[in-house]
Design a protein around this ligand. Sequence first.
Ligand code: F6R
Length: 241
Amino acid sequence: MIAASSSDDVGRAAAALVAEGNPAVVGVATGSSPITAYRELVRHRSLCDDVQLWLLDEYVGLPARHPCRYRSVIIEQLARPLGLPDHQVHGPDVDAADLDDAAERYEEDLRRLGGVDVQILGIGRNGHIGFNEPGTPFGSRAHAGVLTETTRADNARFFRDLDDVPHRMITQGLGTIAAARRIVLIASGPTKRDAITTLLTCPPTTDLPASALLDHPDVTIIGDQAALAGVLDHSTLVEHT
Ligand code: F6R
């Protein structure tokens, strides 16, 4: 665990871990949590020109260039600022008629590419990672599914209103995520405190999907003071420059 004293420090610590070893395939989350890390990766141009960015999840039902589509977000926040072509940003085929088949192909394509070297994650306040909601089996692979109302409500801030938030998605499964060689999980703000406290103090359970990662040999949780408040002796806070 890395405890950082500000969201900029969270970003610096995360970016350093992500770039280490010059990864060929980086698994990318969207949302608020990774934004400062992406800013750092761009500022130092820390990823190689032929890096492949592999989406953690994607909404179903938004038009191809919709700004809230996760592929659009990653192109805007990371790929284009790094000078990477759009075709190096990979997402599931959420426009396919058969979403289960599209999810299977996404898993298969990742296997063919050699898997994810480093996976960047946020965490939902219910402990979800990707769109794997509580109850998802730990060994699950990429799959299509339905978003919970909690997650739709949490994500409504990125849309005009709640009605615009899609109901369906394709996500990497918990088993897919756990197969990444390195995991960097970023948690910022007080709404993550309960999930992080449970994650770091209780045995693994499918009620808290992120706990599927507890056995992973190379997982780092990077949080700010608010997110880590339930598990942290504040004297251990460190700064990353
Ligand atoms: C995003 C994703 C989600 C988010 C989580 C936290 O691709 O899969 O699991 O990481 O909902 O979201 P933020 O960072 O916006 O609080």
